[in-house]
Design a protein around this ligand. Structure first.
Ligand code: OOG
Ligand code: NI
Length: 465
């Protein structure tokens, strides 16, 4: 009791932080503000045209969080940075979920997503940060590799105030309101853009030639947030609307095709902006440009079971393997839609084949009736006593993430690293294991079934009494 009165909840700290981040990014990247306006217009139109969708979202507590929904991404340089970032996100109730190996796609990083994990926190504010760690060991040139390591070793991306408040949180078990406000201000500094590079033009060029992403991580004071992402209810409409508002959209939407029942995650972005920077130099600093920061939109659908995910991966691969051009075919959306005909496009079909996760709840008739506790779930649903609502996918997709990275690295970049996922090394750097996303969805589904069963048992006891 004392605790809750004295300390701000982690959910509130996360909301304060994601708002502050959004304001900062909108001021730094005005085009992100334009994108937010487009998304708000599309969402309002979609809800007006679909009363059923509106009701489903309201029931799942999704309506209120629609405007809050965002993710961002950062790229870190060292194990220490990643380990401290984990502690910083813990203050906001965010834990590392999932391991993503992007080296297969020619990007020398591996990643996790920091996000809230319990139902109530996700309902309050599902803000997540896709966090990548540079893999210096993938730089071939040994001299350049040690130079990059030395540069990264010299920087401190966290302010003293942020470090002090992280420790305070860990020892006291929470932060007071004034401490939380100070924490958000201090933490924000780490994500801010710095137009002054910490390296000279020549070093920047060497890093850039090894991989644009290496220059992005190594050449600056900190891991500037490289995009923020609002959630839309109709990504096709946003994709079509971007050019009309003067936004240069990525060529194709990543992820599954357009469907009546959205699955997993669809994403598109606007191309990274070319921004002026100043290199370090003797005497006059030299000016140049750097492309890193962009805006993205996401549309989320139902979380898939391992079986559903295997089918998704198989269908996606079948289209991408049709040629070396990957998804750059002009008829890619048609081919994708064609391949996904094998994936049932009704929630009942998805549920019947155990391809997706659902949250079960009693309907009014279920709550009013008695003697239902021995019925099996399918019969309860068929009789209208229980409802099964899709559980939203809260994570990311490696192939899609690679597509987002690629389109923002200038497109022409095609490096290949041999596939070498190294989850152990990532977790050693993180100083913790990453959580398994499938288990989290399984637990959420199981909890909802248990709650329905308990309510039915209670119903029988009270009617028998
Ligand atoms: C991250 C790209 C991946 C997503 O939403 O899949 C990503 C980055 O560019 O650092 O944000
Ligand atoms: Ni993203």
């Amino acid at each position: 009791m004392m605790r809750s009165r004295k300390f701000v909840s982690s959910d509130d700290v996360r909301t304060m932080f994601s708002r502050a981040m959004s304001d900062m990014y909108r001021a730094e990247v005005p085009q992100y503000g334009t994108l937010m306006e487009l998304v708000a217009d599309v969402n309002a139109a979609t809800l007006a045209a679909n009363p059923d969708l509106k009701e489903q979202l309201a029931r799942a507590d999704e309506l209120e969080r629609l405007d809050l929904e965002r993710h961002g991404a950062i790229r870190l340089g060292t194990a220490d940075e990643l380990a401290t970032m984990r502690r910083l996100f813990a203050v906001m109730g965010m834990a590392p979920v999932g391991y993503y190996d992007l080296s297969v796609a020619g990007v020398p990083v591996h990643s996790t997503a920091f996000r809230p994990i319990d139902d109530a926190s996700l309902g309050r504010n599902p803000f997540r940060v896709f966090t990548s760690l540079l893999r210096l060991e993938l730089i071939e040139d040994e001299a350049l590799r040690s130079e990059a390591a030395a540069i990264l070793e010299r920087r401190q991306i966290f302010t003293d105030g942020a470090l002090r408040l992280i420790e305070r949180f860990e020892t006291a078990g929470g932060l007071t309101q004034p401490e939380a406000e100070e924490f958000v201000r201090e933490a924000l500094e780490t994500f801010r853009w710095h137009s002054e590079a910490t390296v000279d033009a020549n070093t920047y060029k060497k890093l850039h030639d090894a991989h644009r992403l290496i220059a992005d991580v190594v050449s600056f004071k900190g891991p500037h947030i490289n995009h923020l992402t609002p959630r839309t209810l109709d990504i096709d409409a946003v994709q079509a609307g971007m050019p009309k508002r003067g936004i240069a959209a990525k060529a194709v939407i990543e992820g599954p095709p357009t469907r009546a029942c959205p699955i997993l995650l669809r994403q598109t972005s606007f191309k990274a902006l070319e921004e002026p920077i100043l290199f370090k130099g003797e005497g006059d600093a030299q000016s140049g440009t750097h492309t890193a920061r962009f805006g993205e939109i996401e549309q989320r659908g139902i979380a898939l079971t391992r079986k559903g995910r295997a089918l998704y991966d198989e269908l996606l691969a079948s289209v991408r393997d049709e040629g070396s051009a990957g998804n750059s075919f002009s008829d890619y959306p048609t081919r994708l839609a064609e391949a996904f005909r094998r994936f049932p496009d009704s929630y009942e079909g998805i549920r019947a084949r155990e391809l997706g996760f659902f949250r079960y709840s009693l309907t009014e008739s279920g709550a009013a009736a008695s003697g239902l506790d021995l019925m099996i779930m399918d019969d309860l649903i068929a009789a209208g006593h229980v409802k099964a609502d899709p559980i939203v996918y809260e994570d990311f997709l490696p192939v899609s993430a690679a597509g987002i990275f690629q389109s923002n690295l200038g497109g022409t970049e095609q490096k290949s690293y041999s596939a070498n996922a190294n989850r152990d090394a990532f977790e050693a750097a993180l100083g913790a294991s990453v959580l398994d996303e499938f288990s989290l969805y399984e637990q959420a589904q199981a909890r909802s079934i248990e709650a329905v069963r308990a309510a039915l048992r209670d119903g029988r006891q009270s009617s028998a009494a």
